[in-house]
Ligand binder design. Structure first.
Ligand code: PHE
Length: 341
């Protein structure tokens, strides 16, 4: 028995394993139910009583030595296998793509920031509105054909007080006139909805920034100056504007504003269709009816309002010809704006 114990001890000392499977195989061979050490314990039963103490100790040492060796091999295998894998801590990291602001957000912020510098506050309001704030208070009489200028999504059509998606953020101006103290100087950025077929030039959802200034003695000259200053901040110091007479139910007189084409600088190109001018917004002097509807004394106060489409300004700024690009979330398009921020 002594020789057998020594032989197994030598085997344990020489033991080498390269894989987990080999370790398990060695464990079973030595310590398993039918293993060599287990067999020696069986044999131990028939050892003469006076030798039991000596062999008992030896066998226990043997068992412990086997278990310790197997543990040690397991540990070295675990560390060497990490070191030999393809992980190299000195390699440069995987680059993370940076996110970016959406082009519409970039331009909306730019527009709002310009007016903030001029002293305008920002006002926001609900996208789901009532007829009063979108139409009635803005001098669109019921059944008036002007309501069809802005094909509306009704949530509850035919209801005595219909609920609808706002077609312009002028509704926020009405809310401001109803509750803010005078004078009022605000811009209203927001999402608006119109029941229009989606094309390169139109979408049923888009963004506006509208503005309102009400005080004593506000004139059309103030309106023109405010818009000229805005346009020069937005499109460059050499930009100029022209105003064409127009019609909105809530302003009188009303105008459409064109900015000199920033591509050809007035010479005429395909962006401005050879005219040298690009249409950017509607504006006008707030109709006295609108002031009165919100409880403002139109004899004492006057004001101007304007409204522009954010996508339209963004299209001009970056010469994007198809409005749908702004809504399709194509990463190839959006990544073009990564460096803008
Ligand atoms: N509310 C108008 C529109 O959505 C824009 C506008 C605002 C025109 C203020 C004049 C004055 O088209």
């Amino acid at each position: 028995m002594k020789e057998k114990i020594e032989a197994v001890l030598a085997e344990i000392e020489a033991l080498q394993c390269k894989t987990e499977a080999e370790i398990e195989e060695a464990r079973v061979r030595l310590l398993g139910k039918k293993g060599e050490i287990t067999a020696l314990f069986e044999e131990f039963r028939s050892v003469a009583p006076e030798l039991k103490r000596e062999f008992g100790q030896k066998l226990n040492q043997l068992k412990n030595a086997a278990a310790a060796k197997i543990e040690a091999i397991k540990e070295t295998l675990a560390t060497t296998s990490t070191a030999s894998s393809s992980f190299d801590a000195t390699m440069p990291g995987d680059p993370y793509l940076l996110g970016s602001r959406h082009p519409v957000s970039i331009v909306r912020k730019e527009i709002v920031d310009i007016f903030r510098k001029f002293g305008y506050d920002v006002a926001e309001g609900p996208e789901i509105e009532d007829d009063w704030h979108v139409f009635e208070a803005l001098n669109f009489p019921p059944e008036h054909p002007a309501r069809e200028m802005q094909d509306t999504f009704f949530i509850s059509a035919g209801h005595p007080d219909p609920i609808l998606l706002r077609t312009h953020t002028s509704s926020v101006q009405v809310r401001a006139m109803e509750k803010l103290p005078l004078p009022i100087r605000i811009v209203c950025p927001g999402r608006v909805f119109r029941n229009e077929a989606i094309s390169a030039r139109a979408h049923c959802i888009f963004h506006q920034v509208e503005g309102l200034y009400i005080d004593e003695n506000v004139t059309f000259a103030d309106l023109k100056q405010a818009i000229l200053l805005f346009v020069r901040e937005m499109f460059g110091a050499d930009a100029s504007i022209r105003m064409r007479p127009s019609y909105f139910p809530f302003t009188e007189p009303s105008a459409e504003v064109d900015v000199s084409c920033n591509i050809c600088h007035g010479k005429g190109c395909n962006i401005c269709k050879g005219t040298g001018w690009l249409e950017i917004m509607g504006c006008g002097m707030v109709d006295p009816n609108v002031l009165e509807a919100s409880g403002i004394d139109s004899k004492k106060y006057s004001g101007f309002a304007f409204g522009m489409g954010v996508e339209r300004i963004a299209m001009l700024k970056w010469q994007v010809k198809d409005l749908r690009n702004y809504f399709e979330n194509d990463l190839r398009f959006l990544r073009e704006f990564e460096t803008v921020i």
